[in-house]
Design a protein around this ligand. Structure first.
Ligand code: TRP
Ligand code: ZN
Length: 456
């Protein structure tokens, strides 16, 4: 979109005597300052995606319903790669500018604080794979068999749709994906309809509960679908299993309803209206991910303990979402601790034994490299201290309050911030209040202290 149009619209806006200013390109996240934007709050994403595996080309239309949080002359979306064809705001053409991963839309008329508006962006191209500061790959991941995993922690969603790409701005989604007949396209939430047209199939998915951008997902491939079951509490199960993974994972996948029942018993009601798992081809990603409703697990990352972990994230991370990326231990410490609890409750080693094994590690072991609540750089958000030492913090809390108070405390925390965001300070304050006294040593030594604590 031309510079000329951009200028003309800007001049028109000025002569209109309006007072809006551009929304900031970033939300000052302590680890990922460029992710997200200020000036508006997204309510809903409608994504219409058409993918051709033969050419690798994606054609997309994103409809974004948002509320202006200030008077805006322009606002940014996060979007990496692809070509933007055009954009509208409230059905009027908007000027488009791109710089790095920022997509700026300038509507013909300023937006007023409090007003709800609809932005529409049409785009196409070969979506990018994004390499994170820690070297992990996310975004649009193509597997050798022509399949795709679209994954987004922490930043990769911007490779396949424009968004306010920060966990702070949760929204509902309708994700529609069209692929050649014979392939499945699986996403978050519930499948609303499947339509065949001219050799192509359109899968329409609806996510009714708020979701952070990093949890949005699409899996395309020759998946086998199992959508017959429900959990004991009546949640529909929709699993998609790569045919090559079926024999090796069937037994563990069949355990999913029992795992979810156990997690509901410990963590309280399941926060979403559907569940399941996607078992993807081996090496299609280098990690499993807790994508909302339906975690993605490449075959070589699949085991029961990891399934317990990813499903625990539905409470810790997906429902109660970190306020910033620095609060990542609120996700990973609890998902890791869920694995320890599962083992303890199912005839394996106890959480105390796991804690002791970890504590026995040398002072120079990587788990003591930094305090779990203070990853020093963006490359550290998924490092061992966030997981293991994070779980050790949870264990110290359990020890301090006792089992009779520990489980109600977890459930109270999850209830207080259900479908919202929370920070580490929210958490320590909540625990101190629930316990009736400050857990000063747990916080100063285990959560924020440098190095290996002097005593277990
Ligand atoms: N959150 C994933 C898990 O533990 C792991 C992961 C994948 C991750 N990609 C990441 C963590 C990027 C942080 C950043 O289930
Ligand atoms: Zn995790």
């Amino acid at each position: 979109m031309g510079v000329a149009l951009f200028t003309v619209l800007a001049v028109t806006a000025c002569t209109g005597g309006v007072s809006g200013t551009p929304g900031a390109a970033g939300t000052r996240d302590p680890l990922f300052p460029k992710l997200g934007n200020d000036g508006y709050d997204v309510q809903h994403y409608g994504l219409d995606l058409d993918y051709d595996p033969a050419s690798g080309r994606l054609t997309g239309a994103a409809t974004i319903v948002a509320r202006a949080t200030k008077d805006l002359s322009a606002f940014d979306l996060d979007f990496a790669g692809m070509d933007v064809r055009d954009a509208t705001v409230d059905d009027e053409p908007a000027a488009v500018n791109r710089a790095g991963d920022e997509l700026t839309l300038r509507p013909g008329e300023d937006l007023t604080q409090g007003e709800t508006f609809t932005a529409r962006v049409r785009y196409s191209g070969s979506p990018k794979t994004i390499t994170d500061p820690d070297g992990s790959r996310e975004g649009w991941l193509k597997s050798p068999d022509g399949g795709v995993l679209a994954l987004g922690e922490p930043a990769g969603s911007m490779a396949w749709f424009p968004s306010n790409n920060h966990p702070r701005d949760k929204a509902t989604y309708d994700i529609k994906v069209t692929v050649p007949d014979g392939l499945q396209a699986v996403s978050n939430g519930q499948l609303q309809s499947t339509a065949h047209n001219g050799g192509r199939t359109t899968f329409s998915w609806k996510t009714a509960e708020p979701m952070a951008t990093y949890l949005a997902m699409v899996a395309i491939g020759p998946y086998e679908i199992d959508d017959k079951g429900t959990t004991k509490s009546g949640i529909p199960v929709y699993n998609a299993i790569d045919p090559g993974a079926k024999a090796k994972t069937a037994e563990a996948v069949a355990q999913l309803p029992d795992i979810l029942d156990w997690e509901e018993y410990n963590f309280g009601p399941y926060p979403f209206s559907s569940t399941g798992v996607i078992v993807a081809p081996a090496k299609s990603a280098a990690y499993a991910l807790e994508t909302q409703n339906r975690p993605v697990m490449p075959l070589d990352q699949f085991d029961t303990s990891t399934l317990v972990h990813e499903l625990a994230h539905q409470w810790f991370g997906d429902s109660v979402t970190p306020a910033t990326w620095r609060d990542m231990w609120l996700n990973e410490g609890f998902a890791q601790y869920a694995e320890w609890l599962w083992s303890e409750d199912h005839g394996g080693v106890s959480a105390q034994q796991r804690f002791d094994t970890e504590y026995a590690k040398d002072e120079d072991n990587e788990i003591w490299a930094f305090p779990p609540a203070a990853p020093p750089t963006a490359a550290d958000v998924s490092a061992r201290p966030v997981y293991v030492r994070g779980a050790m913090v949870v264990h110290k809390i359990r020890e301090a309050v006792g089992d009779a108070a520990f489980y109600p405390l977890l459930q109270g925390w999850l209830r207080a911030h259900r479908h919202a965001n929370a920070s580490t300070t929210d958490f320590t304050r909540f625990v101190d209040e629930a316990a009736g006294h400050r857990l000063s040593t747990v916080w100063s030594t285990w959560l924020y202290g440098d190095g290996k604590p002097d005593s277990p």
